[in-house]
Design a binder for this molecule. Structure first.
Ligand code: AHR
Length: 839
């Protein structure tokens, strides 16, 4: 046994259910006290948060393979108000095959929900239309596909239509089927075909509808499904569902997130347009830059819950949209949304003979769903009008009257009515998330109001930011520490879910009209059309979900301190950036505090001085500008050793959503500070810090909008942690990025499984060195051998399509459990020990 170093008197801490920081060198000491149990951990604790973001359903969980199946998608890059489908043209993601023409029309459509037809006009030979899917149509060996579409012959066409899977490589048809001859009236055709068992898996393939002869064919609602999870028609992707089932989620928070709100009222989650057969769903413009087919609508959310054995946590549209519009309390509009919310609850929970329960039964779910929680709105702290108080009160009153058994979640504290829970959100860097592990510990300074008056917490969105499109190992450590902190306070934090859940990780493919697959940087699970992988954070949450205890066991951990997270002596390069905005920068000069130039006269005259991150830039005529629409890209220059300096430059916005970005203390493209001038949709001036690719704001921020077309004189003074920003000579920003408070290198928590009589100990070592730890089990008897699960790797390690298991849990027997035992925890690791122990 190693020698135990007693804790220094200065760091004296009381015996508590908390994971505690102390200040000793290794070895560490962990005490686990089975004689005094902490709070119960509710069955509802581990859940999923979901919305249509990053192609979560279309191009993700929803197994539909045809992109733009009703031809209503706008042309690439069109968004918001200007998003209109092209009429009289080939729609996005479709192309023409052979000697034929194709264009959309509005002539006598199948029904008003499907307003556009795609007309294929043949010229005497073979011709067709092809769909390139969500970054390609996946072809797998021995797989049965089901295609369906409406079709009618026009101008005398009365032949059959062939549906085929065709690979890009060699233009090879690998599976196909043919309809009966068409007539001149709309008819729905359903065809099935199976790929040969020796075909190589590929996503470089298209779905082709073709015919031979003269005349035209109108198509509507073209659909193609591969095998789905549990073979349910119109169902979900089996590979993604397998990962989700392995998380053992108790609930799914749906449908958002921003997605429930929409940018405008017309774009809200209007659930009545997302039920019934596919041909009754018009689709709508989502808030994450692309149109949603709504093939994945309310019944599909319920199917998802049912297949995972999870309960819905139903987020209700509450009369506020992302553009700031709202329906005030007492207005006819809010009354309508309240009525829709009550009807939505009836759709989910009502008996099959109620009005909306009948509609659910018709959609395939005769049994009502269990529903305990509803959430009124999403992130209404963004509603600066203050209308949430009234909107919440109105809706909560109506819901309580009709459904008194439901628990109601508010999205921000309210005073005029009392919610049962408040939904708390946090996205931050690993350093911050580790510190936030104490967010709900008694005495941590968190608003007590949430813990008193019986108001519980729903941690409805949280995630360590770092790693894109999926988190790296360091983020997974942050996530582990954070969720252990929530679990230890499970009497207050009764449910939690990481966000966002999914990301389609395909890169932009301009030639084929595919944008980048993800809009949010750090997401739990990644996939393309053929593969799926769990990130390191996914593995942490899956291991924790599979090993949920029933009750918290108090621990005390004495572990070494980190000197500080954050740099005591910040330094680095400088630069400019663009965030979805076309900007120009010129006359970029860096000087010493004494006025001497650190850089050459004008860095924007010398292309050789710049390094570009995440995208291309052009430099000519003294102007530096991002290429394309300037999605999210930055340009760095200068010296890594620079600490105190002043940058002056000129800047002009040409087009786009935001404004200017100035970087300093940039070590590389993932670690920097920046001044975001016109961030958050060109509304705010604010500083942000990025650590390992995870970015979070700091300081207060102030309202600021950049005018398009006007040149601005900008100045940034940097002095160690302090930064001051000037616009046209006027001070606009003055912030200090102080070194963060010291924190421990290691964190622990424990819980007990009543049914099996097992103790679960979770341990996170965030240091670069192994940590020898002496573990004492108090009040435990009959201690036996169990298992250890370890997740570890370099802090920047990620999983990806090509390396899906680069970071993965390793399970091993754990045989030396005893009243006192030693264990060395690997550098950068999460370890879970599970073994029998009688309390
Ligand atoms: O999880 C991504 C987004 O973050 C959610 O839509 C929104 O609620 C939050 O701002």
């Amino acid at each position: 046994m190693k020698i135990f170093h007693p804790k220094s008197a200065l760091c004296a801490i009381t015996w508590t259910v908390l994971s505690v920081v102390a200040c000793l060198a290794a070895p560490a000491k962990l005490e686990v006290d089975l004689s005094h149990l902490g709070p119960l951990i509710p069955a509802s604790f581990y859940g999923l948060m979901t919305e249509e973001i990053n192609y979560s359903y279309d191009g993700g969980l929803f197994a539909e393979l045809i992109r733009n199946r009703t031809f209503q998608d706008p042309a690439a890059g069109q968004y918001g108000r200007i998003a209109k489908p092209p009429i009289g043209a080939v729609p996005p993601h479709w192309s023409v095959i052979g000697a034929a023409l194709a264009e959309t029309n509005k002539i006598d459509p199948v029904n008003p929900a499907l307003p556009l037809n795609l007309r294929l006009t043949l010229s005497g030979g073979a011709g067709g239309v092809a769909n390139n899917g969500y970054w390609g149509i996946p072809v797998r060996p021995g797989a049965r596909y089901t295609a369906s579409f409406y079709a009618r012959g026009v101008g005398g066409f009365a032949g059959p239509v062939t549906a085929a899977l065709v690979t890009d490589d060699g233009d090879r048809s690998v599976a196909k089927a043919e309809t009966a001859p068409l007539s001149g009236v709309w008819k729905k055709y359903i065809l099935t075909f199976t790929t040969p068992s020796d075909v190589l898996p590929t996503a470089a393939a298209r779905f082709v509808l073709s015919a031979n002869g003269t005349g035209s064919i109108d198509f509507s609602l073209v659909s193609l499904f591969p095998p789905t999870y549990k073979d349910v028609p119109n169902g979900l992707r089996p590979d993604i569902m397998k990962l989700l089932a392995d998380m053992h989620p108790a609930f799914i928070r749906l449908p958002g997130g921003n997605y429930v709100e929409g940018i405008r009222f017309a774009d809200r989650f209007s659930w009545k347009k997302m039920i019934g057969p596919a041909d009754q769903r018009p689709g709508h413009q989502g808030c994450w830059s692309y149109r949603s087919s709504d093939g994945f609508g309310l019944p599909e959310y319920l199917l998802w819950c049912k297949q995972l054995g999870a309960e819905p946590v139903l987020a209700l549209f509450a009369g506020y949209t992302l553009n700031g519009d709202y329906a005030a309390a007492g207005s006819p509009e809010l009354d309508l949304y309240t009525k829709e919310a009550l009807e939505e609850i009836e759709y989910v929970t009502g008996p099959a003979n109620s009005e909306w329960g009948r509609r659910r039964a018709a959609d395939g779910f005769p049994e009502p769903f269990r529903l305990k929680y509803v959430e009124i709105g999403n992130e209404d702290f963004f509603d600066r009008s203050g209308s949430y108080e009234g909107r919440f009160a109105n809706m909560a009153k109506a819901i309580r009257k009709k459904y008194p058994q439901l628990k109601i979640i508010a999205t921000t504290p309210v005073t005029v009515a009392k919610p049962d829970l408040i939904d708390d959100h946090i996205y931050a860097t690993a350093g911050t998330m580790i510190r936030e592990g104490t967010r709900y510990d008694p005495g941590s300074g968190h608003p007590e109001g949430r813990k008193t008056n019986g108001i519980k917490v729903f941690m409805g969105e949280w995630a360590t930011q770092g790693g894109s499109p999926t988190p790296n190992l360091m983020s997974a450590l942050g996530d582990a520490v954070f969720v252990m902190g929530l679990e230890r306070n499970a009497d207050d934090v009764v449910m939690q879910c990481y966000a966002p859940l999914f990301a389609n990780v395909n890169a932009e493919d301009q030639a084929k009209g595919h944008p980048r697959g993800w809009q949010w940087n750090t997401n739990l699970i990644g996939y393309d059309s053929l593969h799926v992988f769990g990130s390191p954070s996914y593995h942490v949450l899956a291991v924790f979900g599979q090993n949920k205890g029933d009750v918290v066991v108090p621990v005390r951990l004495d572990a070494p301190h980190l000197p500080a997270i954050g740099d005591p002596d910040p330094h680095g390069r400088v630069g400019v950036g663009s965030y979805g905005t076309q900007v120009e920068y010129s006359d970029f000069v860096v000087t010493n505090p004494d006025g001497r130039k650190l850089s050459t006269d004008n860095l924007t005259k010398d292309a050789g001085q710049w390094q570009f991150c995440q995208g291309g830039w052009s430099l000519g005529g003294g102007i530096l500008r991002p290429l394309g629409d300037g999605s999210q890209t930055w340009a760095l220059t200068g010296d890594l050793g620079w600490t105190n300096y002043t940058i002056t430059l000129r800047a002009r916005k040409l087009a786009g959503d935001e404004g200017f970005i100035l970087l300093w203390h940039a070590v590389d493209g993932d670690n920097y500070r920046w001044w975001n001038l016109g961030g958050w949709g060109n509304t705010v001036s604010r500083c942000e810090v990025s650590e390992n690719g995870g970015r979070e704001p700091y300081g207060e921020g102030a309202p600021f909008s950049v005018e398009t077309g006007r040149w601005y004189d900008l100045k940034l003074e940097v002095n160690g942690h302090a930064a001051r920003g000037y616009v046209d000579g006027k001070l606009v920003m003055a912030e200090n990025d102080e070194p963060r408070q010291p924190t421990a290198t290691a964190f622990a928590s424990a819980s007990y499984v009543n049914a099996s009589g097992e103790l679960i100990v979770k341990f996170v070592n965030t240091a670069a060195t192994p940590l020898e730890t002496e573990i004492h089990l108090r009040g435990a008897s009959e201690i036996g051998a169990g298992k250890a699960i370890v997740i570890t790797g370099p802090p920047s390690a990620i999983n990806s399509i090509s390396q899906p298991e680069n970071v993965a849990p390793k399970e091993e027997p754990f045989t030396n459990a005893a009243a006192v035992f030693d264990r060395t925890f690997a550098p950068y690791s999460v370890t879970l020990l599970r073994f029998p122990a009688k309390k």
